[in-house]
Design a protein around this ligand. Structure first.
Ligand SMILES: *Cc1c(COP(=O)(O)O)cnc(C)c1O
Length: 373
């Protein structure tokens, strides 16, 4: 049976009429950038995140960049961020002229290890930037205590975690800024690039809004040096249609994860780890990521491919090992390095059928049964 890693076509087939109507509405309005569609979408984002403000922007990457710019983080500053995450988390820190300081991860939850962050604190540290990887938040109580004690800003990279929560608090609402991505394969996906940042701070929201549009409140009068980080009306209109379905998508992802964990529990051991929902977390399963030890991850992936099962390696190289971040004495981050060697993500999208889920789990089990003989 063929099971792709993603199937966006299926998701959008159910919404074709509404999406087409939204396209016509925007076409007729003649307003293609920002405007009413974006304002309405921002209201939906802030309501869902439980924050006072939401600012729609051009991508999840630009949301992180804008948060750093709004906080005046730049040359001479250091930002603590995980080494095991998507590139944008650290790339944005470097783009504002600050230095990303790579922190090791938790082997069970894949997120920033706060005790390792504490070891890397210097007088230049200005912020901590946890990424809520694969759909569940980092240990935000510990991160907030650490940040408060050391007067650090907190930016939550919640690109993969919209709708997740920690002790009942929505992902993105627990830091000074939270950032979301609506890249098509995220849990709430646009039909192109889109992102948002959220905050409860009026002044920071105002700065981010200005910076989104070249620092100008009134056209051609520039208070700050910003950029073009504006969101398209079309993407906002599409996202407004998909937003009411997000809870249902999440429910289905959670059921899919439970099915996998049940079907694969007999393999769980020291050479094979199932992902888990940590205490006090509501996991939204942007990815279902298993860990395969003993150098067998790539072999399993090959086997899955041969049997028509899609999978992906998020992420094959930890960020402190990237060419662009090369330094004379790179840190040793054993967990992040191990995760880069062991992680494998299986199809988890909401539209998967029971048969498809069983086929994925069955093929993984088969691989290990075959090699045990
Ligand atoms: C997707 C993602 C981003 C970037 O989002 P884009 O919308 O693709 O720019 C940033 N951080 C993490 C952890 C992501 O998964």
């Amino acid at each position: 049976m063929n099971v792709p890693l993603f199937d966006l076509k299926n998701q959008h087939e159910h919404l074709t009429q509404e999406l087409t109507a939204a396209f016509s509405r925007v076409l007729e309005s003649g307003q293609f950038i920002l405007g009413k569609e974006v304002v309405e979408f921002e209201a939906a984002v802030s309501a869902s995140a439980g924050t006072r403000h939401a600012i729609g922007v051009s991508s999840g990457t630009d949301a992180i960049l804008l948060a750093l710019m709004a906080l005046n983080i730049g040359p001479g500053h250091e930002v603590l961020c995980p080494a095991f995450t998507f590139f944008a988390t650290a790339g944005c820190v470097a783009r504002v002229g600050a230095t990303p300081i790579f922190v090791d991860s938790c082997a069970t939850c894949f997120n920033l290890d706060v005790s390792d962050a504490a070891r890397r604190l210097t007088p230049r540290t200005k912020a901590v930037l946890p990424a809520h990887l694969f759909g569940q938040t980092a240990d935000m109580s510990a991160i907030r205590d650490f940040a408060t004690a050391n007067k650090l800003w907190v930016i939550e990279d919640a690109a993969q975690a919209i709708g997740a929560s920690y002790r009942g608090q929505p992902a993105g609402s627990m830091g000074d800024f939270g950032t979301f991505s609506f890249f098509p394969t995220k849990n709430l996906g646009a039909l192109g690039d889109a992102g948002a940042l959220v905050t409860n701070d009026n002044e920071l929201a105002e700065r981010a809004r200005l910076l989104r549009n070249h620092g100008a409140e009134k056209q051609y009068f520039h208070k700050l040096v910003g950029g073009n980080f504006r969101l398209d009306a079309l993407q906002a209109a599409f996202l407004r249609i998909k937003f009411p379905h997000l809870e249902g998508y999440t429910e289905k992802r959670r059921q899919n994860a439970a099915l996998y964990s049940n079907a694969l529990s007999h393999l769980h051991g020291h050479a094979f780890h199932l992902p888990m929902e940590m205490l006090c977390n509501y996991h939204i399963w942007n990815q279902y990521t298993i860990r395969v030890a003993n150098g067998r991850r790539d072999e399993l992936r090959h086997y899955l491919t041969e049997h028509g099962i899609g999978s992906a390696i998020y992420y094959p190289v930890a960020l402190h090992r990237q060419e662009c971040f090369a330094v004379p004495n790179p840190p040793t981050l054993p967990v992040a390095e191990r995760l880069a060697e062991e992680c494998l993500s299986l199809p988890i999208y909401p539209e998967l059928t029971n048969e498809e889920l069983q086929a994925v789990a069955g093929t993984v089990s088969q691989f290990f049964a075959k090699s045990a003989r």
